[in-house]
Design a protein around this ligand. Structure first.
Ligand code: GAF
Length: 384
């Protein structure tokens, strides 16, 4: 049993009765633009078919009662009145943070029971946290009949993560979960927050997307993410620009005397350019678009590995094995230090075999291969 049926069963078993509705929010993969979002730059993510389902019902009294199929143990109860950052920890901080951020945005949040289920592997860098926030945000607003614009909802979900959970992430993941469209990647300008849907159908051009969970778990709260963000802010300050987004010329970087800051800024500048190049290639529909996008993916991996220094051994080995077995390109995705690799492949089988072999040779836990179909954004769901 999966998806809506499983979460409905969980709701009935834990709370009794039927939910008022069920909402699905997808995880994301990112085609291009890593660590560019909080630098006011460009990103090009797409929603996955996998995500979080929340079954929710209104509850008299000002409290949330939360349970999750992935978190055995008793339900977590959160009082809504006087809710403040620091009061809730662990997985429940994400939905509680959304209730808090909605309240801070002037949305009257009802008491609710919420049961949660996920088919996203945890720690795989596929934005299970943002999916949890977005499923909760849709559930709480729709249960109370509030129509909140999706861009605003993304900002609210991000605020939950930044200010309630304490992770200094950008706006990419929540935007991907709430604004994506099937068969498209979402081009997001993180400075103006303008978006456009870029047709993205590799299968239609004889290429496939393979998502490789390296099983090296990633943890955004672990400090390195925040350190990279601080380094970027320092580089922007030294260069006299509001954010690294304003850089357009590699020559500008010579003014940074610190080699580490220079490398960080170079990654952001070149990745912003790669996002625009990939979006241009996809829009042009040119015959060699996918081989060229593949090469850009691999360049991005090199930049993330050497300039931003956030790759990890399993990702490097997966990228090398994918390229050696015919992939058009491959790169690590997400915040770094663990998680997944995205490969653009002419055929999956040789790449799967090569990656599996590379991991077995090193006695690493076997990698997991996942579908990466550009999918629709969060929505209310029923039982199929
Ligand atoms: C994580 C963050 F949540 C995003 O905002 C983004 O910065 C990403 O890492 C790196 O591109 O997913």
């Amino acid at each position: 049993m999966t998806g809506a049926a499983a979460v409905l069963e969980l709701f009935r078993a834990r709370f009794g009765g039927a939910p008022g509705g069920m909402w699905f929010a997808p995880g994301r993969a990112n085609l291009m633009g890593e660590h560019t979002d909080y630098n006011g730059g460009f990103v090009l993510p797409f929603a996955l078919g996998q995500g979080i389902v929340a079954a929710a019902a209104r509850l008299g009294g000002r409290r949330l009662v939360l349970c999750s199929a992935q978190e055995p143990g008793s339900a977590v109860e959160v009082a809504l009145d006087g809710l403040a950052p620091g009061q809730v920890t662990g997985w429940a901080a994400y939905p509680a943070g959304v209730a808090w951020a909605l309240g801070a945005a002037g949305c009257e949040v009802p008491g609710a029971r919420i049961a949660i289920d996920s088919d996203l592997p945890a720690g795989a860098g596929l934005s299970s946290s943002a999916a949890l926030e977005c499923a909760t945000a849709l559930a709480l607003t729709e249960l109370s009949g509030l129509a909140v614009d999706r861009r605003e909802l993304a900002a609210i979900a991000r605020r939950a993560e930044n200010d309630f959970v304490g992770v200094p992430s950008g706006i990419m993941d929540q935007s991907a979960s709430l604004l994506s469209r099937r068969g498209h990647a979402l081009l997001l300008d993180c400075r103006s927050l303008e978006t456009s849907q870029v047709p993205f159908d590799p299968a239609g051009s004889g290429a496939g997307l393979l998502l490789i969970n390296t099983r090296a778990s990633h943890e955004l709260t672990a400090g390195e993410y925040g350190r990279r963000r601080a380094e970027c802010e320092q580089a922007a300050r030294l260069l006299g620009v509001p954010s690294l987004r304003y850089l357009t010329d590699l020559g500008d970087l010579d003014r940074l005397t610190d080699p580490v800051l220079r490398r960080r800024a170079r990654h952001v500048l070149t990745d912003n350019q790669r996002v625009q190049e990939v979006a241009g290639l996809l829009t042009s529909g040119s015959g060699d678009a996918y081989p060229r996008i593949g090469r850009l993916l691999t360049q991005a991996h090199q930049s993330l590995r050497d300039d931003f220094e956030i790759s990890w051994p399993e990702a490097d080995a997966a990228v090398d094995a994918a390229l050696a077995s015919g992939a058009l390109g491959a790169r690590m995705i997400g915040g770094g230090f663990g998680g997944s690799v995205l490969a653009l492949v002419p055929g999956e089988a040789p790449v799967r075999a090569a990656v599996a072999g590379a991991f077995a040779e090193r006695s690493w836990t076997a990698a997991e291969f996942l579908d990466a179909a550009p999918s629709d954004s969060a929505k209310r769901v029923g039982l199929e």
